[in-house]
Write a protein that binds this ligand. Sequence first.
Ligand SMILES: *Cc1c(COP(=O)(O)O)cnc(C)c1O
Length: 358
Amino acid sequence: MSLVLHVDGPRWRAHLRATAEVRPDLIPVIKGNGYGFGNARLARKAGWLGADTVAVGTYQEIADVRQRFDGDLAVLTPWRAFDADAVLTAIGPDPDRVVHTVGRLADLDALAARLPGARIVLERLTSMKRHGFTARGLREATRAATEAGLRIEGASLHLPMGPGNLAEAADLLTDIVAAGLARPSADGRPATVTVSHLRAEELRGLAEQYPEVRLRPRIGTDLWLGDRGALTARARVLDRHPVERGETFGYRRRRVPRTGTLLVVSGGTAHGIGLEAPTGAPDLRSRAVSVARGGLDAIGLARSPFTVAGAARYFAEPPHMQASMLYLPPGVAVPEVGEEIDVRVRFTATWFDRVEVS
Ligand SMILES: *Cc1c(COP(=O)(O)O)cnc(C)c1O
């Protein structure tokens, strides 16, 4: 019944190793659907890679990671007082492994009250405008956190993707240094600044400018999904029904547009399989052309991510919870029940039933 992620194990592991080699001090990011692999598997892999720290997205994700990975657990979502009870539960028995992100002055005292002496990084707001302090806020926060007895381990930057990143990171590092966050800790460890979305050579350049800080890349996508050729998503043919034009089918008693085959395949909305836009016919003329050619988009069907006999097929109706119905026109070789077919997915938005690593 399954939607399966097939992983070419040797190739995937070689990519992970190669990435860790060219990205020294890497902090693997483990969050959400575990980039398709699941957070538990990624936690074990991070240990295998020799990481000393991983970053999880939310406090709730600590549960899947803490028993499978021995090192520090940095939480990317900033700590908030309104979630304090849930956070205390989620952290589990080892609060000292957790490094909290703080991005608002008001949260510092509240955090210190709930978790005295907690380890923190202060986030500097970037052009992303998601979370974090302004330059001035960062200076105030450094003072306030020190007074509150929190252990400041450094700072973090969440940069947008693409060009212009490096200049922005350099600017923001100036603020981090000005806030006194580049000083080594009381026990002599260098301050850490973690960053996202900088390339290896960009980070190396920055590290030369700021030898006093330990600059660490936080990487998810380029690590886990960096070699797409190692990954194949496959669905199963669960059923097939020859149909005549005009027969009814589906949840809404639709009529089959043309004689052909309804193919029921594994993978539905619960897996993250969604409707894609119909491929074309935005205006009347091209719609007419499409009708003349017998295009299925012209009769309102949407293209699916499933491939049968070398072509992406149309949904007969919107995907169901765990299965999808495809329409195959006459002349297409109909796959057998049990056969696997390829499906194109967004790995960060797909929940596989199984991950098979060779
Ligand atoms: C998700 C996330 C990352 C990792 O992003 P990728 O694009 O998957 O490498 C890094 N930092 C923060 C704050 C994030 O939320």
